[in-house]
Design a protein around this ligand. Sequence first.
Ligand code: AMP
Ligand code: ZN
Length: 115
Amino acid sequence: MSDCLFCKIVEGTIPARKVYEDDQVVAFHDIQPQAPVHLLVIPKKHIATMNDCEAEDAALLGHLLLSAKQIAKEANLEETGYRLVNNCGHDGGQVVFHIHWHILGGEKLAALNPS
Ligand code: AMP
Ligand code: ZN
C-alpha cells in the first residue's frame, strides 16, 4: 500500500526505531509513547484491520503474537508484565489502518475495569 505509514516503515522509506525484524514482522518504538515501554509489532503484509484478517493469515498472526512475547521479554517486561493491545476500527481508537499490536509496560498500567 503506497500511502500506508506502516508499509513505509516496513520498506524503510520512513524511519523508525526498530527493535526486531524478520521475514514476516517488524517491531519498533511508538513515536508517542503512552508508557515507559511502548512498542508496536506489525506484520510486513498490509492488512488494514482485524476485520480484514482471513483464515490464510492464521500462521502469520500466530507468529506475530509469539514474536511479541519474545520482544516483550527482550524489553525486560517478562517478569513485571505488560499489555498487548490491538485497536480495531473507529470505536476501538484505531488511527493507523495497518494492523499492529501495542506492547505497553514498564509501570503498573491503569486497570481497564477499575472497581
Ligand atoms: P492506533 O491508535 O492503535 O492506530 O495506534 C497507532 C499508533 O501509531 C499510535 O500510538 C501512534 O503514536 C503510533 N505512530 C504513528 N506514527 C508513527 C511513526 N511514524 N512511528 C512510530 N509510531 C507511530
Ligand atoms: Zn500498510
